[in-house]
Design a protein around this ligand. Sequence first.
Ligand code: SF4
Length: 289
Amino acid sequence: MISIYNLPLFRPPSEANSIIVQATYGCSHNRCTFCGMYRTKRFRVREVDEVRRDLEILRNFHSSKKLFIADGNALCIETEKLIQVMKLAKSIFPEVERISIYATPMDILEKDDDELKALRNEGLELIYLGLESGDDEILEEIRKGCSSDEMIEACRKAMSSGIEMSITAITGLGGREKSYEHAKNTARVLNEIKPKYTAFLSLIPVEGTPVYLKIKRGIFKPLSQIEHLRELRWIVEDLNYRTVFRANHASNYLPLKAELPDDRDAILKLIDYAISHPEILRPEYLRAL
Ligand code: SF4
């Protein structure tokens, strides 16, 4: 990792080889109860000249057709300024063909259709968004800042502007008490959105977060390995749209990669096998975010 970055720096697994530039530091929301990503950072939108300096340094040793704009929810940047950053990045890296970004649903809803289309025309092809859960009670408990209806509305709005969505949800987020509701409502919302990419992480309670403290106090009962898999099974059996499905993040007990719906039966069989042979699962100490 080179030192121009303000750490910690996060990016989606599929952006491993992308040029990454920080147009913001941190996350403007920074309240989700399970998330420790940006707790050490004060949010700020960076000046275009600061971004230019980083891009010029990166140009010396990096080349890629893909550019990822960090940090947490850089889509919250005022559209005009974000377009300035994108134009600048493309002028320094003319080989870039695809730009992607993290966003919250509210960042999308706060932009009008013309703004989203303008961003798409500048090369913004993909938005990574954390659905986390499709269950409204859980969304409120984790302080996501929006409802499942707003999630659906935001994603449809971006997609109707020609921007693809990559959506992540988290197994175990409702604990034992709400495991089934979490699964079924998450599948319901994903079916409404039909994102091109669908990804699942498994909850890892991060020290110092409200979820971690609730577990310590016995208020929140985390899922066992098998319960995570059962929950994922409840979701996969309901998903009814065409998508690239990934649950192969370091937090997942059973790495899964599939094209749905074609691979649904194979995935369900694999999950069933893992439930009856837990020795094949990633051990707890090897899980990571
Ligand atoms: S989950 Fe996303 S929106 Fe929530 S605090 Fe973390 S980075 Fe911000």
